[in-house]
Design a protein around this ligand. Structure first.
Ligand SMILES: *[C@@H]1O[C@H](CO)[C@@H](O)[C@H](O)[C@H]1NC(C)=O
Ligand SMILES: *[C@@H]1O[C@H](CO)[C@@H](O)[C@H](O)[C@H]1NC(C)=O
Ligand SMILES: *[C@@H]1O[C@H](CO)[C@@H](O)[C@H](O)[C@H]1NC(C)=O
Length: 372
């Protein structure tokens, strides 16, 4: 147990904390300080609360609905819908799905009190859906318990195709706004959208009006020390596996798997080598996700200090995308930006988040008008 936790902590720290939010540009020095109450007066968390998404929504004075999203393969994940706040006779805007990254869940969109993206969008008139993926802790399974290994045995492909499809169909039905829905994904949340839109282009085009990708990881271009770390990650996951505690092992393993897939340099499906890829796909080459299929309007944001993503990788995705309406934005923009740092998780935690990110995001969302 001790070693397991030690390695988990190390892994978690390395991947999620110090390195991916820039201390200079952050309210809290580490990611873990956000959900932990009373750590620092500089952090934006309300004190003395259990850090759940519904609690945070209530605490900030919003009403919400809870929806259960059921996938074809038996996962039931909660989604929290915050209806728009309408001021000054402004029109209600379309639904926005906010999808979180790996190792976190929908809570991250609420950690900044009234500066949280969820509430900023609600105040701007959007119908906001905070969704949770199957590894988020807001999920049960019809057959497996979270403590079963089978609960965690998913490829990213399944999460994308079955998970995103279920989410979007649920939102489309509940809102009756199929064709107008905007998807905003952060990190893996963005990766999933492109897997889905490449695999089910017609369905994606029918339901969505556009995708906004924050810190998108597809072609993996990390700085050298991150690359080294990821090369070590299979070893780490073997080590944490020794004690066989699924809720600890699998999030770590899945993270390792996610980065292993990315390290192939191709946007391709999960390699079932040991389980017989050839049987699974009926062909010898691993199938690729073909970004040409993605015809949706796409807006991408990337931070100049994101240790996972270099501009080269952003441009590569951008070039391959099949849509005619596409654009990417560098944060910080402009030239005299040496002092400003914007990293992988700064879409959630940056001190100057309004100026660096929200302002431009809201402008982009304005362009994604409903189709009808
Ligand atoms: C957030 O709340 C604080 C304190 O109540 C207030 O001063 C600030 O203007 C609010 N900010 C936004 C963006 O609503
Ligand atoms: C859904 O939207 C369509 C077209 O906008 C409308 O004709 C229909 O009545 C709506 N259905 C419901 C149940 O509101
Ligand atoms: C992707 O799809 C386009 C058009 O459907 C096709 O021309 C291209 O060869 C495909 N690329 C790959 C790598 O399969």
């Amino acid at each position: 147990m001790f070693f397991n936790l030690l390695f988990l902590t190390m892994f978690y720290n390395i991947f999620s904390n110090g390195l991916i939010i820039h201390k200079k540009n952050n309210a809290c020095s580490h990611l873990i300080y956000y959900p932990v109450k009373d750590f620092s007066s500089n952090c934006y968390r309300k004190r003395d609360v259990v850090p759940s998404t519904p609690d945070m929504i209530k605490l900030n004075g919003y009403k919400f609905e809870t929806h259960e999203i059921v996938t074809e393969d038996g996962y039931k994940s909660l989604a929290f819908r915050i209806p728009p706040k309408i001021h000054d006779n402004r029109k209600e805007k379309q639904p926005i799905v906010l999808d979180h990254g790996i190792q976190v869940n929908s809570e991250v969109w609420t950690w900044r009190e009234n500066r949280s993206l969820a509430f900023v969008l609600v105040n701007a008139g959007y119908d906001v859906w905070l969704v949770n993926q199957r590894d988020s802790g807001y999920t049960t399974h019809v057959k497996y318990k979270m403590s079963d290994f089978k609960f965690w045995a998913n490829s990213l492909d399944t999460v994308a195709t079955k998970g995103i499809s279920a989410i979007l169909n649920t939102v489309a039905t509940a809102t009756n706004k199929s064709g107008s829905i905007i998807y905003i994904g952060h990190s893996r949340g963005a990766t999933l959208a492109f897997m889905y839109a490449s695999e089910y282009p017609e369905e994606a085009q029918k339901i969505l009006t556009g995708v906004v990708a924050l810190a998108l990881i597809i072609y993996f271009e990390p700085v050298f020390y991150v690359k080294l770390l990821f090369q070590l990650s299979p070893v780490l996951s073997k080590i944490v596996n020794v004690l066989r505690i699924p809720v600890i092992n699998y999030p770590v393993k899945n993270t390792a798997k996610f980065f292993k897939i990315l390290c192939t340099g191709k946007f391709q499906k999960y390699d079932y080598v040991k389980k017989g890829s050839i049987l699974k796909y009926y062909q010898e080459q691993l199938p690729l996700y073909n970004l040409t299929n993605c015809k949706l309007p796409v807006y991408m944001f990337y931070g100049t200090c994101d240790i996972f993503i270099k501009e080269k990788a952003v441009k590569k995705v951008f070039k391959e995308l099949g849509c005619s309406e596409k654009e990417y934005f560098r944060i910080p923009s402009g030239t005299n930006t040496k002092k400003l740092k914007f990293g992988h998780n700064d879409y959630l935690f940056a001190k100057d988040i309004e100026e660096l990110f929200y302002r431009n995001l809201l402008r982009v969302l304005d362009k994604l008008q409903p189709k009808k």
